[in-house]
Ligand binder design. Sequence first.
Ligand code: ADP
Ligand code: ZN
Length: 736
Amino acid sequence: MLSDSKKLERMSGARVVPVLVPLPVPGPYSYAVPEGMSVEPGSIVQVPVGPRQVPGLVWDENGHAGAVDPSKLRAITRDFDCPPVDAVMRRFIDWVAAWTLTPPGLVARMVLRVPAAFDPEPWVPALRPVLDVKPERLTPARKRVLELVEDNPGAWTKSGLAHAAGVSNSVIEGLAKAGTFENVMLPPPPVVPEPDTGRRRMELAGDQAAAAATLRDAVAKNGFSATLIDGVTGSGKTEVYFEAVAAALEKKKQALILLPEIALTASFLERFHDRFGARPAEWHSDMAPKMREKVWRQVAEGRVQVVAGARSALFLPFKELGLIVIDEEHDQAYKQDERVFYNARDMAVVRAHLGDLPIVLASATPSIESRVNAASGRYGAVRLASRFGEAALPDLRTVDMRKNPPARGGFLSPVLLKAVGRAIERGEQALLFLNRRGYAPLTLCRVCGHRFQCPNCSAWLVEHRFRAQMQCHHCGHAEPVPEACPHCGTLDHLAACGPGVERLVEEVVHHFPEARTVMLSSDMPGGAKRLRMELDAIAKGEADIVIGTQLVAKGHHFPKMTVVGVVDADIGLTNGDPRAAERTFQLLHQVTGRAGRTGEKSLGLIQTYQPEHPVMAALVSGDREQFYEREIGERQRAGLPPFGRLAAIIISGEDKADAEKHARALRANAPASNEIDVLGPAEAPLALIRGRYRFRLLVHGDRRSDLQSYIREMIAAGPKPRGSLKVQVDIDPQSF
Ligand code: ADP
Ligand code: ZN
C-alpha cells in the first residue's frame, strides 16, 4: 500500500513529505518539498499551519501523514542549516508520545524548543597579526600587545586580546589601522572547553574502584545496559560515575548527566571541573536565552561533550550520545506534571534502550522501582556500603514529641535545642529542616474561626511574613496580610497555626540571638543565583544555624554540619499516598545525610509523634534493607507499581457539575477487562486549582496490562470534552 505522501506525490507531481509540527495534532501533516530543496527524515524545516509559520521535523514515511487535497497541498517554506534530528530521537519522540498518550507534536516541541538555534551560530570577527608590519610609533601598550602576539600568533578577538595584554580596545584598534592586524572570521567558540579525561584522578577506594570498573565495562561494551549505583550519601557515587563519563568520552561519545535541581548544583559543576578540568554545559530553565541557543546547537553538532541538566535535557538532540547518568534517580523532580506528563528517569531508560547505550542510575535511597529492577537482574547493581574515608553516617535518633513537648508556641523540642546549642558552641553548624515554606500553613480568626482560603484553589493561604503576604502555593494568588478578619472585622485577632520555615527563624533567633542564622527557601528573593551564594557561604562556615526547606536536603556538602534536626518528620506520612513511606524515608535519609560529611561525629534528630513507624525505625536502626523488603512486600501484596500499573485520568473544568458529569461518562465507557479496573470518579487530591474543578479516575491494571490502549479506547468511546473541559492522562502518577 502506498503511503499518503506517495499518493500525494503522484497526484501533485511534487515531492511530498510528512512533517511533525509542534502542535497538539494527532500526527504529521503532508507538505510539498519545493524544487531545489533537499530534506530527509529529521530535517528541521519551517512550514505554514493556517496563517502561521511554525518549525517542524520532517518525519519518517510510515503512512500516517494526513490525506490532503493535492490542490491545497502547501510547501515547506524553509529548511534550516542544522544537523537533522537522528532516527533514535525520532523513535524516542514516538515512544514518549505513545507511552504518555500525548500528541507526538507536543513531544517534538520539547526537542524544538530553541528555534533561534536552528540557524548556524554566526562566526566571530577577529584579528590576525601581520607580523612583518610594525607600527611607526611604539608606545609601551602597543609593545605589550606585539610581544603577546609574537608568542601567540593565531587570531584573537579584539576584546580577548585587549584583555590578555591589559590594554584598552583603542590600542588594538590603532594597531589594526596601522596594518599590524588583518580582519578575519573565527568559528564560534565552544560554550565549554573539552573535558580532559586524563586529569587528576582521586585514588578510588576498594569498593569504589570495583564499582567504577563495572561501569567502565558497561560503557566499553557498546549496547544497552542499566546499572544502579546504590550507595549511602557520601560514599563516592559521583566520583564513581565520573569514571563512566570518562569512559564514554574516551570513546569520543557524548554524555548526559541528569540532576534533579540543576540551578542549585554549583558544587556539582565544581567537582566535575576538578575531575575533568572543564565544566559541563548546563541545561535548565534558568539559563539565558543566548546560552540556551548555543548549548542546543553545539550539542547537536557534537561540539559539547558533556551536558549536566534538568529533566528537559533528555530531549536535546545529541549527535553521538554514549552514556546517560541519572543522579538521585529517586527524586520526584524528574516527574513533569504538566503538558507532557512524563518521568525523565523512566524515559531516560527508554532513550538508552533505543539508542543502544548504557545508563547509570545513582541514589542513596533508590526508588522501589529501581530496587526491584536491580533485584530481578534487569538492571546491574553496584553497592557502596559506607561513607568515604573518615566520614561516618550521623547517629540518628527519634525525638518522641509526646514526651518532649516544645515550649508553648514553639516547635523545637528541648533535646533538639540543646544539640543545636552544643554544635554552635563547638564552632560547628546545625541544620533545621522543615518542608514548609512561609510563616504558617494556616491562618484563622480567633473570634469567628474564619480560615483564609485561596479563592481559586482548595487550599489554605500560607502567610509569608517577610513579604507581608498571604499566598496560595498552587496558583500563586497573593494578597496582603490583613489587620482585621475579612469575615467578622475583628482587629488583630488572627492566629497563625503550625510552623513554616519563617516561623522557625523567630524561634531560633529567640533561643540563639548571637548565632548567625540563615534561612533557605525556594521562594526567597534573588532566585537561584542568591541561593548558590548562600549555599557557598554555608559550605565555607559563614553561618551557624541553617533553616531550610527541601532544597537544602539535596547533594550539598557542608563540611562543618554536625547536627541535623528534622522539625516535623510526620508531614509526608499523613497524606494517604501509598508512596508516602518511600518518600519520607528518602527525604529524611537525604536531609540527615547532610551531617557528618567529614570526620566529626554527627547527630540527626528526628522529631516525630510516631517514633514506632517503620520509616522512623528503619532510619534509626540504619537497616535500609529491612525497610526496602517490607515496602516491596507491601507493594507486591497491593499490586501497586512496579508490581501493577496505575494511571490517573484527570477531568477538569470551570464548572464542577460539568466536570463530574464528564468523568462519570468516561467511566461509563470503560471497556470490560479482566486485568484492568477503573476506580472513581472521585475529587482529585487538590479538588480545585486555578479555578478548575478536578475529578479523577484511577486506572489500575496488573503488571502486563496495556493501560495505554485501554485508556485510549475509553477516551475515544466517551463524549468529546466541550467548553472548558479538559481530560489529561497521567501514566504512573507520582501521588495517587
Ligand atoms: P555521594 O555522591 O555518594 O554522596 P561523593 O561522590 O559526593 O559521594 O563523595 C563524598 C565526598 O568524599 C566528596 O567530597 C568526595 O570528593 C570525597 N571522596 C569520595 N571518594 C573519594 C576518593 N576515592 N578519594 C578522595 N575523596 C573522595
Ligand atoms: Zn490558589
